[in-house]
Write a protein that binds this ligand. Structure first.
Ligand code: ATP
Length: 227
């Protein structure tokens, strides 16, 4: 579904991502794993067509560089930080439904599905971190895109909120969504990913199923050591 071939991203002379290639087969979940600055967010931004790049990226057979608009219709994006506006949860969702030209009932359905059914009238700015992320997922799902791209989806959440959000993402994968996400949390990688791409200094250091990540455990920050 998503194919990244020889992706390189330069900022001036600085090479943030260097010759990165990987595939996300339809219906699977792939994690980009790495510490801060490894190049995960930059890679996701290129997949979304939000940054210029060298190499080739296709989504559902569409070329990101030439068919960016069509590609973005197929992707729901959950950014690391969702900027919230001075509106209620329901108003924000309805607004997004309007933008995507889907019926307003979809907003109601999504609120229920992500577990925010009872709080539609709350100002979005008063939500907890976990609720914010659920709202971000609901917004990404408005047009029912086949692909979801998430940047560190459970960062800064407490253990309970993290698990709730992970359960939601696992359910989305079971429903057939293709998922590409950046992470440096062992728990979410082990629960969600079929494949992990280990990035370091903008390069792919290794890749494989998460179980193969030696010394990756649920408790710690997680040290990846493929050797
Ligand atoms: P984090 O978890 O901190 O977001 P990351 O793995 O997502 O880390 P990126 O944000 O992709 O890493 O950054 C990769 C490298 O590119 C970093 O060294 C970063 O400083 C650099 N970088 C990112 N955006 C820009 C930019 N707009 N201009 C210059 N350098 C950038």
């Amino acid at each position: 579904m998503v194919e990244v071939e020889h992706l390189t991203k330069r900022y001036g002379r600085f090479v943030a991502v260097s010759d990165v290639s990987f595939r996300v087969p339809a219906g699977s979940a792939v994690a980009l794993w790495g510490h801060n600055g490894a190049g995960k967010t930059t890679t996701l931004r290129c997949v979304l067509g939000l940054a210029s790049f060298e190499g080739r990226i296709t989504v559902d057979g569409l070329d990101v560089r030439r068919q960016g608009r069509e590609v973005r219709r197929r992707i729901g994006y959950v950014p690391q930080h969702l900027a919230l506006y001075d509106m209620t949860v329901s108003q924000i969702l309805s607004f997004f439904c309007g933008l995507r030209k889907v019926p307003p009932e979809r907003a109601h359905e999504l609120l229920e599905w992500v577990g925010l059914g009872g709080i539609g009238s709350r100002p979005a700015g008063t939500l907890s971190g976990g609720m914010r992320q659920r709202l971000a997922v609901a917004l990404a799902l408005v047009a029912d895109p086949p692909v979801l791209v998430l940047d560190e989806p459970t960062a800064n959440l407490d253990a309970r909120a993290r698990q709730d959000l992970l359960d939601l993402l696992v359910a989305l994968r079971r429903k057939g969504h293709t998922i590409l996400f950046a992470s440096h949390r062992p728990g979410e990688v082990l629960d969600l990913a079929d494949q992990v791409i280990v990035m370091e200094d903008g390069k792919v250091k290794a890749s494989g199923p998460p179980q193969a990540l030696a010394r990756l455990d649920r408790s710690g920050v997680g040290v990846v050591d493929f050797e």
